[in-house]
Design a protein around this ligand. Structure first.
Ligand code: SF4
Length: 922
């Protein structure tokens, strides 16, 4: 085998085409074989041949699997079914199940992720062509079980191959080796192109070809540069040669490089996309332009957005989860909820699932999976009759693992490729993205089931090329050099200076290597310092793209038009000219951005009554606190978010309900058991505490139970804290009731009625937590688990509508009202806040006036904002313009809500609208 090396894939490609020309000029009928590592590269080489020669006969371009299949075909071995991932994983699971018990077996059976990692390790061994006996002889201790599983796995694959039903990739290559010399002898020339490393079974196949016709291996590695060391070393090993490779005597001019950095993967990718499309617009064919990333991981969300936008076509190696495909997801849902028709073989279940998928419109998407399910029976020979749930579990597990190319991803268009798929390809323009630390170069990681030391020992013992994680640095070095050499005319390199949340990210150290490649002798720091910074600000960024490369998609172009003006309203006309469907949105911006009076349609003015003659006291209190909050919650019925900020916090509303229910149980049982009739308050407290210990767990709801399972220790600590707190409350509350001669009469008492002198005809519903009766009167009580109780009984808060619950309860019941602080959330020093009645008739009339004004607002369908301290804990603040100066200005001058606004200014000294207005005039 001859090794021909050069650091530039473009040079190697040119050499390859020249050699084809030379052979064909000597004998046009001669046969040539070009072997490449991937199907993508095979298509690329064919395109280059056609570009250079037009039509050309007698040149076969085969990737490794196709080569093995062709060799076997010529030996008459017939077609071999190659196992795909679904069948490999299924077969491996059955091998593990049948293996002798051991810690490794139990571990992988319990953890599906571990199973796939172990399968990858065993695949490394098999692809390296290492016999099970050698593995068994080398591995000891805990890894002896790995060797044993490898022996079982190899035996299972070999038996399957011997049955003629299917073969794995390594088995296919191994089977073709015997016929390879005869196959090779039919060709005048054989070249291997585009790979710097080979797995063991492919080494054997190439060596066998070489025995039939000398093979030249085109090695993309520079023999005189450090970047090529990994490739040269590996090639000498697999070629079995001590002679240095022949370095091609062709000069390669590095493409000019420009550097840029961005905030966020989306901006980085979009910049590259615009640059690529600008190159196409300037006349470069789409297949000559590429965007290359080391890994799609950091760009997945940005790629989904780019591909889904659909404004142009891309050719990509990016795959996304099958479940993300709407048709596949719908079909899987339909299958999951389909009828159970009893036990069947896997093939029978697959046919039934196929029928359901067809009816759901997703049969095409699930075809590979359902085909594999049939093959579990026909290829793997698993002909058991299994339940529907077992077949469904198989399908769901494989669907979870399945990835698919986006629609149209293999057609024409600019290339978006991961670095491994880009190996050997050449382009006129190449955009290399994601040059950040930890991404490129990728950090090699040791596998859990076969340590580095064991791998090295196996490699030394067998001479087989088993991958070693510690050598990943050399490979990454070479991979980068290969990509840099793949661009002929222009290379753009970018990195993220920060992520989407503006957290700084570290650029890759390999950027210095790129500077050395692009500008030998230049100061790397200075070059990188001059890199183009893509602005983080949306308008500046759009303007930067518009300037260079001078391209924006319709959406971004519209956005730039919208942002071009400091005042959104000014941009409305140009936005609507581009996107007429946004006319109502533009009108909203125009009306909300103005300081002038408007008709209020975007300021919570619906013009329709929200009351219908009745209202709950809690809703009325919300209306008083802020009409817009009332609108969100009680008119639009937008539920308040229940999720706490962190998984360690409890939802306040859930806790409040639990406290109310537990206390209700305690007082109800004390009443039923007649304990308020006894004089021994100590016994009453003791019994109350005993009941509490049953009532508290019984009051737990779904959220509490789920959280207790998730965070058992934290939940136990919190429960103990609540029990202690409620113990203290019960002690204080029961003694106070005793001292004041009060006995709970009704609990959770519903009351409905109108308020004399209040809003005429408006029925108000209230639920009193507790009504206690004494010798002379009743007292209404309400439990509060948070907040400043004293502030809620201040006259100013009642008069201004900021706190209406207490006066409404008092006016409805005609009794004093007390707020009882329960738990650690209410402000210290205010365990009980009591309201015995209005201090003056003026204040009573003032509150009634406020109630009437607020009712008028709701009946007229006017819901202005009422900004204040309460906005800090408002559930709707993200949807509200309380911090928007034009809105605040308009509302502070709106005539249709002038009465409400003046009510909000009421105080104990100015309890009426007249007093407020008088005070303003004087
Ligand atoms: S944020 Fe403030 S002004 Fe806006 S709805 Fe909530 S309470 Fe009202």
């Amino acid at each position: 085998m001859k090794l021909v090396a050069h650091g530039s894939p473009s040079v190697l490609e040119a050499e390859l085409l020249d050699r084809v020309a030379t052979v064909k000029s000597g004998d046009p009928l001669s046969s040539i074989l070009i072997v490449v590592p991937t199907r993508r590269l095979a298509e690329h080489v064919m395109r280059r041949l056609v570009e250079r020669f037009g039509s050309i006969l007698g040149v076969e371009v085969l990737h490794h699997r196709a080569l093995a299949e062709r060799v076997l075909e010529t030996t008459g071995a017939g077609d071999r079914r190659v196992l795909d991932d679904d069948l490999l994983v299924t077969l491996f699971a059955s091998v593990v199940d049948r293996a002798a018990p051991g810690p490794l077996r139990e571990f992988v059976r319990e953890l599906p992720g571990a199973s796939s990692a172990l399968l990858a390790t065993l695949t490394d061994l098999r692809e390296a062509g290492i016999e099970p006996d050698a593995v068994t002889a080398t591995l000891t201790g805990l890894e002896a079980e790995t060797a044993s599983l490898y022996a079982r796995w190899s035996r299972a694959l070999n038996e399957l191959a011997e049955s003629g039903r299917a073969v794995d990739d390594a088995g296919l290559a191994a089977a073709a080796t015997a016929g390879a010399p005869a196959f090779a002898s039919r060709f005048s020339a054989i070249w291997h192109h585009g790979a710097y490393d080979l797995i063991g079974v492919h080494v054997e196949l190439l060596r066998a070809l070489d025995r039939g016709r000398e093979l030249s291996f085109f090695l993309p590695a520079d023999p005189v540069d450090a970047s090529g060391a990994f490739g040269i070393d590996r090639a000498l090993t697999f070629a079995g040669s001590h002679d240095p490779p022949v370095r091609l005597d062709r000069e390669a001019t590095p493409a000019p490089v420009v550097f840029s950095h961005a905030q966020g993967a989306s901006v980085e990718l979009t910049t590259a996309a615009y640059e690529a499309l600008a190159a196409v617009a300037a006349g470069t064919p789409p297949h000559e332009v590429a965007i290359v990333v080391r890994s799609f991981g950091p760009f997945a969300a940005a790629l989904d957005a780019l591909l889904d936008a659909g404004w142009t076509r891309w050719h990509t190696s990016y795959k996304r989860p099958m479940r993300r495909d709407p048709a596949a997801a719908k079909a899987l849902r339909a299958i999951a909820s389909g009828p159970d028709r009893g036990v069947r073989r896997f093939g029978g279940h697959a046919e039934a699932f196929e029928e359901i998928a067809r009816a759901a419109g997703g049969a095409g998407k699930l075809e590979p999976l359902l085909g594999a399910m049939k093959d579990v029976e026909s290829v793997l020979g698993d002909d058991r009759a299994v339940s529907r749930s077992e077949a469904l579990a198989w399908l769901q597990a494989r669907a979870d693992a399945a990835t698919v190319l986006p629609d149209g991803a293999e057609g024409a268009g600019v290339r978006i490729l991961d670095a491994m798929q880009a190996r050997g390809l050449t382009f006129a323009e190449l955009n290399l993205l994601g040059m950040n630390a930890g991404i490129f170069p990728r950090v090699g990681r040791e596998t859990a089931f076969l340590g580095e030391g064991s791998r090295l020992r196996l490699r030394e013992a067998t001479g087989r090329p088993l991958p070693i994680a510690s050598e990943a640095g050399g490979e990454e070095h070479l991979l980068l050099a290969t990509i840099l050499g793949a661009a002929r005319d222009r290379l753009r390199v970018s990195w993220r200076r920060a992520d989407e949340s503006a957290r700084p990210l570290v650029p890759s150290l390999a950027l210095r290597e790129i500077v050395r490649f692009a500008k030998p002798g230049a100061d790397a720091d200075a070059v990188l310092h001059e890199a183009r910074p893509l602005p983080a600000h949306p308008r500046l960024r759009l303007a930067a793209w518009a300037q260079r490369p001078g391209l924006l998609d319709p959406r971004d172009e519209t956005l730039l038009a919208a942002l071009a003006s400091e005042i959104g309203a000014d941009a409305g006309r140009s936005v609507v000219a581009r996107r007429p469907e946004l006319a109502s949105g533009a009108a909203l911006v125009a009306e909300t951005e103005t300081f002038m009076p408007v008709n209020g349609r975007f300021d919570g003015r619906t013009g329709a009554s929200a009351l219908g003659g009745k209202i709950a006291a809690t809703a009325f209190e919300r209306l008083g606190r802020c009409p817009l909050q009332f609108f969100f919650r009680d008119v639009l019925r937008v539920p308040a978010p229940r999720t706490p900020d962190t998984p360690f916090e409890v939802d306040n509303a859930t806790t409040g309900s639990r406290v109310h229910e537990a206390l209700h149980t305690v007082y109800a049982r004390l009443r039923r058991e007649g304990l308020f009739a006894t004089e021994d308050v100590g016994a009453r407290v003791a019994r109350a505490r005993a009941i509490l210990r049953e009532a508290w767990p019984a009051a737990a709801r779904g959220d509490d139970t789920a959280r207790a399972e998730r965070l058992p220790v934290l939940s136990r600590i919190e429960a103990a804290r609540w029990i202690t707190t409620l113990d203290a409350f019960l002690d204080a509350d029961l003694r106070r009731l005793e001292d004041e001669g009060l006995v709970p009469e009704t609990l959770e008492h519903d009351d409905t009625g109108t308020i004399p002198g209040g809003p005429p005809g408006l029925s108000i519903r209230a639920r009193f937590d507790r009504v206690s009766r004494g010798a002379s009167s009743a007292v209404v009580a309400d439990y509060k688990t948070g907040g400043d109780l004293a502030a809620r009984v201040k006259p100013a808060a009642m008069l201004s509508g900021a706190a209406l619950q207490v006066p409404i309860y008092a006016l409805l019941s005609g009794s004093p009202v007390e707020l009882l602080g329960v738990g650690p959330g209410h402000d210290p020093g205010s365990d009980v806040a009591r309201f015995d009645g209005f201090k003056s008739d003026d204040q009573r009339l003032g509150v009634l006036e406020t109630l009437r004004v607020l009712t008028g607002l709701a009946e007229a369908g006017r819901f202005p904002i009422r900004p204040g301290d309460h906005c800090a804990w408002c559930d709707y603040r993200s949807a509200c313009r309380h911090g928007h100066p034009p809105t605040v200005f308009r509302e502070s001058h709106a005539r249709d809500v002038a009465d409400a606004r003046d009510c909000w200014s009421k105080t104990a000294k100015a309890p009426s609208l007249a007093a407020v207005r008088q005070g303003r005039r004087s």
